[in-house]
Design a protein around this ligand. Sequence first.
Ligand SMILES: *Cc1c(COP(=O)(O)O)cnc(C)c1O
Length: 460
Amino acid sequence: MSNPFRDLPSVAKLLESPALVAARQQYPQALITATARAVLANRRTQLAAGTAAALDVATLAAEIVAVLEQQSRPAIRPVINATGIVLHTNLGRSPLAESAARAAYEAARGYLNLELDLGSGQRSNRQDPIRTELQRLTGAESATAVNNCAAATVIALRAVAAGREVIVSRGQLVEIGGSFRIPDVMATSGAILREVGTTNITRLSDYERAITPNTAALMRVHASNYRIRGYTRSVPLEQLIELGRRHNLVVIDDTGSGQMIDLAPFGFPDEPLIPASVAAGADLVLFSGDKLLGGPQCGIIVGRATLIQKIEKDPLMRAFRLDKMTLAALEATLRLYRDPASACEDIPTLRMLTTPVAELRQRSEAIAQRLRAIPSLQVDVRDEVAYVGGGSLPDIAIPTVVLALHSPRWSEAELARRLRTGQPAVMARVQEGRVWLDLRCVVAGHEDELLTAVRRAVQE
Ligand SMILES: *Cc1c(COP(=O)(O)O)cnc(C)c1O
């Protein structure tokens, strides 16, 4: 019997193969050599384990080229979101508006007046441009922004209530996921959580009775990703604010999703409106930048100037502050809100959420017709529902239209995997034995790419 190890070609022999000679056009020689060594080492391990494996030069060279190709692709890459879930945290939540993406790009590639007043030549505060924009939009005295709403909550609680008590209803002790839990956030901030009421019922008197000389704040937390139904009662923000005033306490409103304009006419009720919280008199209002606002990942705090100053003086601000790209993207996003009608057009998150079903049906029918040209692929167009995602509006089923795919060649899980790992990557939903494509979050220009991706996934 021959020794299979002896049949393994040498690195030198592999490097002379036509495939690897051609690869030199694309990859540095050192990388090709290193990859050839790695593939050979892997083959030796397989041989030692007794796993059958091809040893000829052409097969090994092809394998090396495949590894080179795979490794040359960035690990973070664009994905076509065909899930219909607009705020998909695993897919980066909100895509940015064109002007916001461009602002981030320009900020990234050059210098900018990040902390410089160009008029006076003096140093300025990096928060000033977004502060001005947020004051105008929300009516708040002042505003600032940090890396996400979790950071906003920690720094706001620390500034207002470190070492003192903050009263929160038991019905609002939210876990957002990714380890954001109100009791833990509270502990991290140094504030002391004082829970009141029960899961389903909390009355004003529950808050009132819990107030002691050591109470610093009352906090409302929006139940972003769940609803309590049935025999239930919570205290309206206005009453909490009135109670806070009487006892000289700060009232913090963690609204989570950050609705800047009223989306109720589009079928999204019950989501707190930022300007309404400010107008009601909340001292600090917190929200995410990349949920319903449709901007970059950040956490925004609007409210009383004295409190915002205190927050900005906290040493944590240095750790939590936004970088130049995010600040530029946030300013550009906020500017779009100057005209609410165009905000709904230009901010992808708002546009996707407000796309009429009739339009989705039309686009789906058009794509279905083209998909049906792919041999052996069955395509149905169906009315279905989707959810907003991103821990927003958990019980609002948005009517939508899906393309339900079935290929006799692949199971639905395998077809979904092939779409996910293809080029471009496509995230679909697997449901009812089918792969569902929802066009709500697929921008019109990406439909051709989606078609190519499906064709490859089904056929190759
Ligand atoms: C989403 C959410 C957060 C966390 O926001 P991130 O920006 O993801 O850190 C905090 N509080 C509420 C109520 C939320 O809905």
